[in-house]
Design a binder for this molecule. Sequence first.
Ligand code: NDP
Length: 292
Amino acid sequence: MSKASVTVIGLGPMGRAMAGALLDRGYGVTVWNRTPGRADDLVARGAVLAGSPGEAVAANRLVVLSLTGYDAVDAVLGSVDPDALTGRVLVNLSSGTPAEARAGAAWAAERGATQLTGGVLVPPSGIGTPDASTFYSGPLDVFEEHRATLEVLTGRTDHRGEDPGLAALFYQLNMVMFWTALTSYWQAVAMADAHGLKAADILPYAVNALDLRQFLEFYTPRVDAGVHTGDVDRLAMGLASAEHVLHTATDAGVDGALPAAVAGLFRRAVEAGHAADSCSSLVELLKRPAAV
Ligand code: NDP
C-alpha cells in the first residue's frame, strides 16, 4: 500500500476526471465501477482495476466515492467485508442530504472507518484545476492529513466543520440556487425559441440577468435583520411582474410550470398580507412548509 495511492470508486464523468487528475499528478490509482468498461482508458493510463468494491477498498487507506447518491454508496459499501473498512478514510463526494451524510458517517464509524463528506462545486471539466472548489466536513485532523491529495481533485477546499452533514448542507444550498437559476435560463431559451430566437441571441442578456450580486448584497443584511420594507420593491409589483412572465410563456405556447410556480409563491405571499412589503418577504413564506 503506497502513501501516494488512492482508490476511486464510481467512474461516471466526475470519478473518471478525478482518477485522471490523480494519475496526471503521479498518484497510484485503483478504480472500481459497476459497469467495468468505464475503466478502460484509465487502466490504459496506469490505473489498477479492482475486481470488486472490497478489493478496491482494501487497496488504499484513502477511498474516494463518486457515485450518483447515497443509495449507490450503500449498495457498493454494503457488499464490502466490514473488516476491510477498518482504518479507511471514505471521501464521499456523492450528492446527498445532510441527514444521509450523517447516517453515512455513523455507518462508517461503526466499522472503524472515517467519512469525509464532500460537495464538489465544478463540473468534470473543472476537476484538477486550481480555482475549482469543494466543500468538506468531518474530522478536521483527518481532512488536514489528506488535504494535499484532495487539492489535486479541486485546487481549493473549504472545510465547513466537523459535522459530517455540513458539507452536504452547503452543497445543497449551492445546488438549489444552481438548478433553479439554470432552469430559469432553459425557460428563457424555450420562450425565445417560440419567437424564432436562438440561445445565442439571448446569451449576453442571460449573463447579465443571472449576475445577481448587487441584489444579494442589498437584500442580505435586511433579510438577516428581518426587515422587509417595501421602499424599493413591493410584492404586489413582483406578483404583477411574475404573472406577466407566466402569460408571456403561455401565450407563446411553451411550458408554463416554472413561471406558474414562481407566480404562485408571489400570490400566496400577497394573500398572506405582504402586498406592500418587499419581495424579500417571500423568505418568511418559504421558511414554513407549503400548505397542501
Ligand atoms: P453519474 O451519476 O453519472 O455516475 C456516478 C457513478 O455512480 C457511476 O459510476 C455509476 O455506475 C454509479 N452508480 C450509480 N448507481 C449505482 C449503484 N446502485 N451501484 C453501483 N454504482 C452505481 O454521476 P457523475 O459522475 O456525473 O457525478 C458523481 C457525483 O458527483 C454525483 O453525486 C453528482 O451529483 C456529483 N456532481 C456531479 C457534477 C457533474 O457535473 N457531473 C458536478 C458536481 C457534483 P455505472 O457506470 O455502472 O452506471
